[in-house]
Design a protein around this ligand. Structure first.
Ligand code: ADP
Length: 186
């Protein structure tokens, strides 16, 4: 008998006609209509996924960010995607966990929700998210994953217009935690 030793690196959930996928990868390489940037409220660029998107996308994204001027925590704005394969970048601002305002969960949920709503509004049918707030902003991974997934599942239950939501996790550990949390929610 052949043993299947292949380690599954993609996980999928179907909700109505839409698909939620977890995968390991680099968000700047995604071909979804839009990718989401974990930005800061000044839209000033920075490290982590934000830096990677601006580096790979070129100066046009920053020009548009400067014109917009900023984005409050929990909200989202949209620019074109410069040299990236995606057509747009939705810039959302997750909460800094260590600020301890007590509003972290609400604001993280809002960052995902506002991004999804903006995709719907712009008729974008596929969207790729990173694990917002879980890097420099220090949000504990299990809770962040649960909020990300629950918010997306609830949204897809009520909206048929977004066909694909992809979570592009940057490392194996983050992927495993998202996979665990997704299992719990199924
Ligand atoms: P935040 O400031 O919201 O915490 P970070 O960019 O510091 O944002 O981290 C958010 C997540 O994005 C982390 O899990 C980090 O490992 C991941 N990340 C960094 N670069 C990339 C990339 N190119 N593609 C996808 N995820 C990335």
């Amino acid at each position: 008998m052949i043993q299947n030793t292949f380690r599954e690196q993609r996980r999928k959930l179907t909700i109505n006609a839409s698909t939620l996928i977890l995968t390991i990868g680099d968000i700047t390489k995604q071909t979804t209509d839009t990718i989401v940037n974990a930005a800061n409220s000044r839209l000033a660029g920075g490290g982590g996924v934000d830096g990677a998107i601006h580096r790979a996308g070129g100066a046009e994204i920053m020009r548009e960010c400067r014109k917009i001027g900023g984005c409050p925590t929990g909200k989202a704005v949209i620019t074109t995607a410069g040299a990236l394969k995606a057509k747009y970048v939705i810039h959302t601002v997750g909460p800094r966990y260590y600020e301890g305002t007590g509003k972290e969960a609400e604001l993280l949920k809002s960052a995902y929700l506002e991004s999804l709503k903006l995709a719907s509004k712009k008729n974008l049918t596929s969207i790729a998210f990173p694990a917002i707030s879980t890097g420099a902003y220090g949000y504990p991974l299990h809770e962040a994953a649960r909020i990300a997934l629950q918010t997306t599942i609830d949204y897809l239950k009520g909206h048929q217009d977004v066909h694909l939501v992809k979570f592009v996790l940057y490392d194996q550990g983050t992927y495993e935690i998202f996979a665990e949390e997704l299992k719990k929610l199924q």
